[in-house]
Each structure stands twice: as C-alpha cells, then as structure tokens.
Design a protein around this ligand. Structure first.
Ligand code: KG4
Ligand code: ZN
Length: 359
C-alpha cells in the first residue's frame, strides 16, 4: 500500500471472542469524521476482526491543529487502501457483509463526505444495506467491544475533542442527554491549555504525561458550574484562568512549573467530570457507568472515576485507549445494533457536519 509517509497505519483488531456461525452478522464500518481514516469488519456487534486506522495526526501537528482541507485530501488517498486492508485482514469477502455502516456526522463535512461516498458506492454496487451512524453513538459503543457483559441502561460520560456530555443510554442507540458543555469541549480545553504551556497538538495525552510529575494542588483553578443546570459543563473559565496564570508569570519574568499547571488544570477538570457523572447515576438510579471518547484515555480521570465508583458501589467501564479515540470498530458496534433494529439509509444519505445527538 502506498500512502503519505507521515500517515501512520495500524490494525487495532480486538481478540475474537466468539465461534464462527452461519447466522453471524458481519458489518463493514467506515469512519472519516476528523483526521483518522478507518475501516473495520465487526462480527455480531462486538467481535472486531479488523480495525484499520490511518492517522494523519503527524501532518496536522505541523499546523497546530486539524486543517480541514488537508484532512479531506488525505482521506481520499487513504480510504480505498484502508477498506481493502480491513476486508483482507478480517478474511471476509465483501459479498459476505450484511451491512455497511458509516459515520455521517457530526464532524468536518469534507472529511465525512469521503467515508459516506465510499460507503454509498459499495452499498449501491453490491446491493448491501446502508446504515448511517452518529459518531458519538460510536464512541459510546466502543464499550460494548471491550466489555461483553455491558448492556444498557447505563450512564455514559462522553469526553472527546468535539463533545462533552453526560448521557443516559436507555437502550442500544437510544441516548438522552443529561449534561452538555456550554462552550469548549473537554478535549478542546486540554488541547488549548497544552498549547498555552508549549505542548504540541494534540496536547491531551501530553498534559496527562506531564501532570504525573506535578502537584495537582499547587494552583487553585476554577471548577466550571452552571447555575440551574447542574449537569452542564463550562471549560472557558478554567482555560482563561490557565492563560492568565501563565501570562502573569511571564510578565513578571517569573518561571512557572509546567507540570504543576498541567496537574492542577487536570484535577480541576476531572473533579467536575467525575462529580457530574456520579450525581447523574445516583439521580437516575443506575449502577453502571461508562466513559467514552479521547479524554476517557486520561489516567487521572480513570483513577478518580474508579475511586468515586468504588465509594458509591457503581461498576465502571471504559474502552481500551485505542478504541477511545476515533476508529471504525466503534462505528461497527453502534451500526450493528442499529441494523438489527431495522435502521436503513437510502443512497441519498448525506454528511451532516452538526448532526444532532440524542432522542
Ligand atoms: O474522541 P477523539 O479521538 O476525537 C473526537 O471525536 O473529537 O478525541 C480526541 C481528543 C483530543 O482533544 C485529545 O487531546 C484528547 O482527546 N485526548 C486526551 C488524552 N488522549 C487523547 N485528553 C486527555 N488525556 C489523554 N490521555
Ligand atoms: Zn471522535
């Protein structure tokens, strides 16, 4: 396969858990909403036979963030080789595929269109049912792959680069939004604070690593709460507080400890994320809590949520790190349940950049 040398390419399949059966349902899933081109073959919703991910992150790092025009061009280069490789690695013929599932929103419209067009072309040419999938439903469903015992209903904290929600998952594909962000998404706040202290994009994982060397109680950053909306989030206040702190130190020519800033910021954000999620589970009466999205990789968040769940007697679930960030296997898991519930999309399926989430 010939691709841009700056694109990293790997297979994140998950060990097979079931025996092959004639009645098995195979879906081919496609994800291209941001800067990862991914295709996966998923059996019966939870068994990931292949999960090919071509990541453009190294290219966008040079620009300090995702450049939409470059992202769509790179998706075009990658999409066919990635799909071919997914079928090859899974050792499944396209003719055996029961449904083609594709992310159709939300995301960058030029990026989404590449995956949607490829899915529609294959569905049309081979007369295979087409199922459009919501990207956030995909993130949540990554938990089904890693935890075969997990079934709705449960509360899920979705924390990604574009979304921050406390969600009541009442059934497969049924989402009731309990809390949302009023401004930046959580991952976006991590990325912006990272940039403020001189870390390159995407900064979330770098803050996580640096924070391990810092004192989380060194600086008191504000916890964003919204009056009258106890499950909503706001990250703009803390983002400005970090910026003011760093600018203040720079103006006074005083050195500041980057690791302390990272740890203190991370603690302030984690406190609010954990607090809202646990409160929601108590109020709605659920014992199972899941986390999803790129920030669900964060080690402090995992640790604090684990402690809070143990104290409250809740079960906690989160996906393997590779399934927290964008990948097609999670779209295959979500799409399988949609397909089984009879969801079908026509060949007029379009990419929807701001696709609404929730019932
Ligand atoms: O879910 P995702 O891959 O993309 C979206 O759908 O938005 O999430 C990417 C986000 C980025 O903002 C990245 O900085 C953040 O997840 N992230 C982290 C960590 N790993 C990735 N944030 C905090 N700690 C991490 N370990
Ligand atoms: Zn995502």
């Amino acid at each position: 396969m010939k691709m841009d040398e700056n694109i990293s390419f790997y297979n994140a399949a998950v060990e097979h858990t079931t025996e092959k059966n004639d009645n098995d349902i195979y879906v081919l899933a496609i994800e291209s909403s941001c800067d990862e081109t991914s295709a996966a073959v998923v059996r019966n919703g939870r068994d990931v036979l292949s999960n090919i991910i071509a990541s453009q992150i190294d290219i966008h790092t040079m620009y300090g963030g995702v450049v939409p025009e470059i992202a769509s061009r790179k998706h075009i280069e990658c999409i066919n080789p990635v799909i071919t490789e997914a079928l090859l690695q899974a050792d499944v013929e396209l003719d055996r595929i029961n449904a083609i599932c594709v992310t159709y929103g939300p995301g960058l419209v030029g990026s989404l269109l590449v995956g949607v067009s490829a899915a529609k072309a294959m569905a049309y040419a081979k007369n295979i049912p087409l199922v459009g999938v919501h990207h956030i439903g995909g993130h949540i469903s990554a938990n089904y792959i890693c935890h075969p015992e997990l079934k709705p209903p449960f509360i899920c904290l979705v924390v990604s680069g574009g979304h921050t929600n406390v969600v009541e998952v009442s059934d497969y594909g049924r989402y009731n939004i309990i809390g949302r962000t009023r401004d930046d998404a959580c991952g976006e706040a991590f990325d912006k604070v990272a940039r403020t202290i001189g870390l390159t994009y995407p900064g979330g994982a770098k803050i996580d690593k640096l924070a391990k060397e810092g004192n989380a109680d060194a600086i008191k950053f504000p916890r964003g709460h919204i009056d009258g909306h106890k499950y909503d989030f706001s990250f703009s206040g803390i983002k400005s507080a970090v910026l003011n702190y760093v600018n203040g130190c720079n103006m006074k020519n005083e050195p500041y400890n980057k690791a302390d800033v990272a740890a203190s910021f991370q603690k302030a954000v984690t406190d609010v994320l954990v607090g809202h999620t646990i409160e929601a589970a108590k109020e709605y009466g659920y014992k199972d809590i899941a986390m999803a999205g790129g920030v669900a990789c964060n080690s402090a968040l995992r640790e604090e949520m684990k402690k809070a769940c143990e104290a409250a007697g809740f079960n906690l679930y989160y996906p393997d790190p590779v399934l927290c960030t964008d990948n097609a296997a999670m779209i295959g898991a979500a799409g399988y349940y949609e397909y089984m519930q009879g969801v079908r999309h026509g060949h007029d399926l379009n990419a929807v950049a701001n696709l609404k989430f929730g019932d």
